[in-house]
Ligand binder design. Structure first.
Ligand code: IPE
Ligand code: IPE
Ligand code: MG
Length: 237
């Protein structure tokens, strides 16, 4: 199949793509605007990337929206981010429905304010029978927090020994395919506590493009690059 003139192999599509959506603040700064405008612009990219993922037939898209460390930002920025999330839910409901998208959340949402929590839960409920793209919003998510939560669940169970397959079932991603591909925008070369367990054999893609400037075309180009990589998983060619 061809998108933006780029030929993709259907049988080699990543099943699960993660994105560290970074660079909203710098985008705003570049345009002499307050940071919140960058986040607002970033949401437009979210819309476009979710839509193209559904069109491409990607199984699962994990978007890092708010990390456990992002609580250390100024209060008004945090409030704006959640207010934008509430707007997103209200505005995108129709599009998510139309595209047969199912929504799940990774992260500890018990820490969110009631309004946001209820909106999120209602949307998850409304989309639960969809069987197209799984949109995994990572909110108040941290890789270490995820692992510790898993360990604590195990400690309070009967389990005395555990293997990798079983451990996986205690993570937020338990029902999702392996994370094949991770994209980070904005030029930072780090993981920032995202999917620490899942990332073991993930192919990484870093681009200097700031998240608000990240286009569906660059997304397709990134997937093209993924398709050209040789994944060996420790084996020989
Ligand atoms: C990413 O953009 C969005 C979130 C972390 C919520 P940033 O806000 O981190 O943008 P920069 O890194 O300051 O440019
Ligand atoms: C990572 O971006 C978190 C999200 C995109 C939600 P940050 O901007 O918070 O990461 P650092 O601080 O540059 O590592
Ligand atoms: Mg950042």
């Amino acid at each position: 199949m061809k998108f933006f003139g780029i030929e993709l192999y259907v049988e080699k599509l990543p099943k699960h793509i993660g994105i560290i959506m970074d660079g909203n603040g710098r985008w705003a700064q570049k345009h002499n605007l307050p940071r919140i405008f960058g986040h607002r612009e970033g949401l437009k990219t979210v819309r476009r990337i979710v839509e193209i993922s559904a069109k491409l037939g990607i199984r699962c898209l994990s978007l890092y929206a708010f990390s456990t460390e992002n609580w250390n930002r100024p209060k008004d920025e945090i409030e704006s981010l959640f207010s934008l999330l509430r707007n997103y839910i209200k505005l995108e409901k129709k599009m998510l429905k139309k595209n047969n998208i199912k929504l799940i959340v990774s992260g500890d949402i018990s820490k969110l304010d009631e309004k946001t929590k209820i909106l999120l839960q209602n949307l998850i409920e409304e989309l639960r029978n969809n069987n197209g793209l799984i949109l995994n919003l990572c909110i108040n998510y941290g890789g270490r927090q995820e692992i510790i939560t898993a360990v604590n669940k195990i400690l309070s169970s009967e389990i005395k020994r555990i293997n990798e397959e079983e451990f996986k079932n205690f993570l937020y991603t338990k029902n999702l395919p392996e994370l094949d591909f991770l994209i980070r925008t904005s030029g930072e070369l780090r993981i920032s506590n995202f999917m620490l367990w899942q990332i073991a054999y993930t192919e990484l893609y870093f681009t200097k493009t700031l998240w608000p400037d990240f286009t569906p075309k660059e997304f397709v180009l990134a997937i093209k690059e993924f398709q050209l990589r040789e994944r060996r998983f420790g084996r020989l060619k």
